[in-house]
Design a protein around this ligand. Structure first.
Ligand SMILES: [Zn+2]
Ligand SMILES: [Zn+2]
Length: 244
């Protein structure tokens, strides 16, 4: 069955995201947009995933817990997990590999942590927007070891993408799935790059405000009916492609 998705959504925990990116607003927007599956991937952090999971479950959207990790090479890598616990384990690892810097809220924005009713539980004070000291390969391996998967984020972009930083996909990492921005420019980029032929592509919005969330545009075909669909099906889809 085909399921419509957006696997790259930031909450207001990411300092660069709008304050409107609360759990309920995100889930409601996904419902209005006709999405079946969403992943939330904040920068280097997992603190809003429990609230998202609860909120999505109540409203019948299938939720995939995720983190967008920034590597030592300053490459963004989307990591998705079958459970919030697995994502939080990855979050703890990443947190221990961040520079011990305080967020500059007045310059970069606040980093809000919510409950499932959109109440603000607190603010993350550690600066989340900088590179960790984990290498690309370490991040892929860690995501797999926690039962999840990883793929390079927005490879069509001019910054924080593996192709802009390294020029090509590193041979040492066996990855057959890449993310392309859900834009016309992203699709043009994909056609131009011979080295991406044969890769499985996920188009996602990388939305930092509600209006930028993908609509019913991109789908993945998963061999499971709607009643039994869960995050593990998405992880399996990606991991099986990487094992080829
Ligand atoms: Zn990114
Ligand atoms: Zn992002």
């Amino acid at each position: 069955m085909n399921y419509y998705y957006d696997f790259h959504i930031h909450t207001a925990l990411s300092p660069c995201a709008e304050d409107e990116m609360t759990p309920n607003n995100i889930v409601n927007m996904a419902m209005i947009s006709g999405l079946d599956l969403i992943a939330v991937t904040d920068h280097n952090a997992a603190a809003n995933l429990p609230a998202l999971a609860k909120c999505a479950a109540e409203k019948g959207i299938v939720f995939v817990p995720g983190i967008e990790v920034e590597s030592a090479e300053e490459v963004h890598i989307s990591c998705l997990f079958p459970t919030v616990d697995a994502a939080q384990a990855m979050g703890e690892l990443v947190n221990s590999h961040l520079l011990p810097l305080e967020n500059q809220e007045d310059v970069l924005g606040a980093q809000y942590i919510f409950d499932a009713e959109d109440n603000i539980l607190g603010k993350e004070t550690r600066m989340l927007l900088f590179a960790s000291d984990l290498g690309d390969e370490e991040i892929f391996r860690a995501a797999w070891n926690f039962g999840g998967c990883a793929y390079f984020s927005h490879v069509d972009r001019d910054s924080y993408s593996v192709l802009s930083v390294l020029g090509s996909l590193p041979e040492i990492i066996h990855t057959n799935v890449v993310e392309i921005s859900n834009t016309i420019r992203g699709r043009e980029f994909l056609l131009e790059r011979k080295d991406l032929r044969g890769k499985s592509v996920l188009f996602s919005s990388d939305c930092h405000r509600l209006a930028d969330m993908s609509g019913r545009e991109n789908w993945i075909d998963l061999p499971v009916d709607r009643q039994r669909l869960n995050a593990q099906d998405v992880i399996n889809w990606i991991r099986e492609k990487d094992l080829r």
